[in-house]
Design a protein around this ligand. Structure first.
Ligand code: AMP
Length: 237
C-alpha cells in the first residue's frame, strides 16, 4: 500500500518508511527524462525509462535491442507484450520497493492495464500520473537540437541547454550524440504515434482519478516547481 509522506519529508526527500510511485506522461521531448532525474534525486527513487532500457539493450546488441530498433527507427511503438515483459523484469530487481518514477511507460491502454496488474501483484498502487503538456511546435524545436550522453542518458540541447558539466562528474561531454529517432521525419512519426496511441491513455487515468496536467513549457526549474506543487496537492499535504 502506498503511504502519504509529510510535507517536510517531501521537501527534504522521502522518509525511509514511505513509498511514492509516479508515472510521467507526455509526448516525446516534453521533458519527462529531465524531470524524472530531478524527482529521482529528490526522493531517492529509481528512474525506470522504457526508452533507456531499449537503448541499453541496443548498446549491448541483445535480441531485444535489435528488435526494438526496428520500431524505434520508424517512430513506432515496440509491441506491448515485449515491452511489458521488459518492465516486469525491471520491477523485479528489488530496487523499486519504495516506489519509482516511471518514464515512457505505459504508452498504450493495454500497457496501462498490464501495469495495473503488475502493481496489484506487488501490492502497490500508482500515487499520481503527471501529464506534461507541451505543444507540437515546441516539441519539434526541442528534439531537433537535443543531444544525449550515451553513458548516463542526461539530455542537453545545442542551444537551450548546452553541455557545461557532467552531472555525475564522469566525462567532459565526449559521449554526447543525437539520437537517430530525433531526426525531423522520425520526430513527426513519434508525435503521430503519441497522438493516436498514447494520448487516449489520458482518459484512462483521468477516470481513475490519477491524472494531473502540468504545463511543461517554460524553464526546467519552473516545471519542476509545478510538479512538486502537484505532488504535494495530490498527496494532500
Ligand atoms: P523514448 O526514449 O521514451 O522517447 O522512447 C524511444 C522509443 O522507444 C519510442 O519511440 C518507442 O519506439 C520505444 N518505446 C519506449 N517506451 C515504449 C513503450 N512503453 N511502448 C512501446 N515502445 C516504447
Amino acid at each position: 500500500m502506498s503511504t502519504v509522506p509529510q510535507k517536510a519529508a517531501l521537501e527534504a526527500g522521502l522518509a525511509p518508511d514511505k513509498t511514492l510511485t509516479i508515472v510521467l506522461f507526455g509526448p516525446p521531448g516534453s521533458g519527462k527524462g529531465t524531470q524524472a532525474e530531478h524527482l529521482c534525486k529528490q526522493f531517492q527513487l529509481p528512474h525506470i525509462a522504457t526508452g533507456d532500457l531499449f537503448r541499453e539493450n541496443l548498446k549491448n546488441q541483445t535480441e531485444l535491442g535489435k528488435l526494438a530498433k526496428t520500431y524505434m527507427d520508424r517512430g513506432e511503438l515496440v509491441p506491448d507484450d515485449v515491452t511489458v515483459r521488459m518492465v516486469r523484469e525491471r520491477l523485479s530487481r528489488g530496487d523499486a520497493d519504495r516506489g519509482f518514477i516511471m518514464d515512457g511507460f505505459p504508452r498504450t491502454v493495454a500497457q496501462a492495464q498490464a501495469l495495473d496488474e503488475l502493481m496489484k501483484e506487488l501490492g502497490r498502487q500508482i500515487d499520481v500520473v503527471l501529464s506534461i503538456v507541451v505543444s507540437d511546435e515546441e516539441i519539434v524545436n526541442r528534439l531537433s537540437g537535443r543531444i544525449i550522453c550515451r553513458e548516463c542518458q542526461t539530455p542537453f540541447h545545442k542551444i537551450y541547454n548546452p553541455f557545461k558539466q557532467c552531472p555525475f562528474n564522469k566525462c567532459s561531454g565526449e559521449h554526447l550524440y543525437q539520437r537517430d529517432d530525433d531526426k525531423p521525419e522520425t520526430v513527426r512519426a513519434r508525435l503521430n504515434t503519441f497522438h493516436t496511441q498514447t494520448a487516449p491513455l489520458m482518459d484512462y487515468y483521468r477516470q481513475a482519478g490519477l491524472l494531473v496536467e502540468i504545463d511543461g513549457e517554460g524553464k526546467v526549474e519552473e516545471v519542476t516547481r509545478r510538479m512538486m506543487d502537484a505532488i504535494q496537492q495530490v498527496l494532500k499535504i
